[in-house]
Design a protein around this ligand. Structure first.
Ligand SMILES: *[C@@H]1O[C@H](CO)[C@@H](O)[C@H](O)[C@H]1NC(C)=O
Ligand SMILES: *[C@@H]1O[C@H](CO)[C@@H](O)[C@H](O)[C@H]1NC(C)=O
Ligand SMILES: *[C@@H]1O[C@H](CO)[C@@H](O)[C@H](O)[C@H]1NC(C)=O
Ligand SMILES: *[C@@H]1O[C@H](CO)[C@@H](O)[C@H](O)[C@H]1NC(C)=O
Length: 509
């Protein structure tokens, strides 16, 4: 057993390096389309990726490149300066003898050429660093349209494990595995991607932002102030970098599918989509402890047409986090918990403008989460959240099932500001189950009250645990109750605010 564990570790490390190389290769290779990356044996892959065919008649490689640019321009990306990760210093490449990769044995299987990493000198024995072989196979695959890159089963069986030595991470990476500017990529398999985040979680406990809703949770009994564990550093005695990586991230891609896999113990966010159009995530799991700091399950930003369903998300922060620039997002049949619930935001930080619209979250089970369904915005922001439906959310022992917080602040105090991200058209229906702190907390901006907030079939019953319990709270929240609710929510103001000041055009989305 011992032997096989260490084999898996070195294997995993090799994969880690390979992924980094691939991710940069993806960027240089993005003008090609229809690449397949798949596993040579069925059903056992940890993360086999298969790009589905994307054929657009009459467009050449180069025209594709430019149209891709346009797509990006159209979706108003914020090209992040950190876009390309600093590569970690890979372990010294140990050439096997001095054998250059053999010439590609790409063959035509109907429409596609196939590039097997084994043909490029990969060994997959857990000892050889196969980075160059992967690189060569990918480069070969990149040169041919509709090609397939084959990664034999022995590479991707079982777990992909992140290194836990600070040395492997260099100064820090924002992403562990990063897929950039792809069209029609599918990552599927039955395996586990394990970020082994505990070495990071305990490293910087004091710098982590806090969840504002923590301030609403007051324990009944004074507990002796427990200090977080003293940072112990990583296995090899160094501190992990201050930047904690997201385990798996897709950037600037179209029609991305992630299915089957489990992502666990990420140092930070588990699965992130940024500037993507057409995302499907289903039948996958996220699994991390409830007290792991800032470990969002699925994080969406600047992404449109997103479907997330039939998945189980357990983590230390939001199970699903929907950030600025997202629209047409549909989340259903998801289990969430532990975690901080399903959240829109936080939006409008540092006086930024945020636009989110047409979000549906339905048929969700939440167990033992901090929040249920939540919208959180910072004072001083602008833009809007419009058209949100939370429907059939079953909560059990959730501290705060329904939350709007327009005073979001991840420190102890933030300065008061007048502008706000405007909230309208927010519907809650069939939110049922048990809560342990406060059933409803709707705290809206004085200047821009929340409007068109509709609640129906709310049935929330208290369970006394170790917290002080509160009545429903509303501030500057306007709308209607279309059915009686349990408990009664008398604080909601019926109709529209009399002094509703519309946002200036500049602030509207
Ligand atoms: C809890 O702590 C507060 C402040 O430290 C103190 O005022 C209060 O008496 C304590 N309550 C109990 C039950 O010990
Ligand atoms: C994504 O998939 C949709 C539906 O299959 C298709 O209409 C669209 O053209 C695809 N987008 C790209 C960029 O390939
Ligand atoms: C809203 O999003 C859904 C997907 O969740 C989509 O089917 C629908 O067309 C969108 N509505 C509008 C008006 O864009
Ligand atoms: C912000 O305003 C609230 C409510 O009016 C007040 O209680 C709080 O002290 C103010 N905070 C600061 C930092 O001025």
């Amino acid at each position: 057993m011992k032997g096989s564990t260490s084999l898996i570790r070195s294997l995993a490390f090799m994969l880690f390096v390979a992924f980094l190389v691939w991710s940069s290769a993806f960027e240089t290779c993005n003008a090609r389309r229809g690449r397949h990356w798949r596993h040579s044996s069925r059903g056992t892959s940890a993360a086999a990726a298969a790009a589905s065919m994307w054929k657009k008649k009459g467009s050449s490689s180069s025209s594709h490149r430019s149209s891709h640019k346009n797509h990006n321009g159209g979706s108003k990306p914020k090209p992040p300066s950190y876009h390309k990760p600093t590569p970690v210093s890979p372990p010294p490449y140990k050439p096997k003898g001095d054998v250059p990769p053999p010439p590609p044995k790409g063959y035509n299987g109907g429409h596609s050429a196939v590039f097997n990493v084994l043909d490029y000198g990969a060994k997959g024995d857990g000892m050889t660093d196969d980075t160059r072989a992967f690189e060569a196979a990918w480069t070969g695959a990149c040169k041919v349209e509709a090609s397939t890159m084959i990664v034999p089963a022995k590479y991707l069986d079982g777990k992909i494990i992140a290194p836990t030595s600070y040395k492997d991470w260099g100064k820090g990476l924002l992403w562990w595995m990063d897929f950039t500017k792809l069209i029609g990529i599918t990552v599927q398999g039955k395996g586990i991607i394990d970020g082994r985040g505990s070495v990071w979680w305990q490293d910087y406990p004091y710098d982590d932002p806090i969840d504002d809703e923590t301030k609403l949770i007051v324990p009944i009994y004074n507990t002796t102030q427990k200090h977080p564990p003293i940072p112990i550093g990583s296995e090899l005695g160094g501190k992990m970098p201050g930047i904690k990586p997201t385990a798996l991230r897709f950037y600037g891609s179209f029609n991305v599918t992630v299915t089957g896999i489990t992502i666990q113990n990420s140092p930070q966010c588990h699965l992130k989509f940024d500037n993507c159009i057409g995302v499907v995530v289903h039948d996958m799991s996220v699994s991390s402890p409830g007290d792991s700091p800032n470990t969002d399950g699925i994080h969406l930003q600047n992404s449109k047409d997103v479907l997330i369903h039939s998945s189980t998300l357990a983590c230390g922060d939001d199970c699903v986090s929907i950030q600025t620039g997202c629209s047409n997002v549909y989340v259903h049949n998801v289990n969430c918990g532990p975690g901080h619930g399903i959240s829109i935001g936080s939006l409008g930080r540092d006086n930024s403008k945020a636009c989110v619209s047409n979000i549906t979250v339905r048929d969700v089970m939440m167990h033992n989460t901090m929040n249920g369904v939540r919208i959180k915005t910072w004072q001083g922001g602008s833009g809007s959240v419009q058209g949100v439906l939370f429907s059939n959310i079953q909560v059990s022992e959730v501290k705060l099932p329904i939350v709007i917080d327009q005073f979001y602040c991840d420190k102890m105090k933030c300065k008061n500001q007048t502008s706000a991200v405007a909230l309208s058209g927010i519907t809650y229906e069939k939110i049922r189950g048990t809560y342990t702190v406060k059933p409803v907390h709707l705290a809206c901006s004085d200047n821009l009250p929340c409007v068109d907030v509709t609640l129906s079939s709310i049935e929330l019953k208290p369970i006394q645990e170790q917290y002080h319990m509160y009545e429903p709270f509303c501030w500057q929240t306007f709308g209607e109750l279309t059915t009686p609710t349990v408990p009664p929510i008398a604080c909601l103001q019926v109709g529209k605010p009399s002094n509703n000041r519309p946002q200036s055009d500049h602030d509207a989305c």
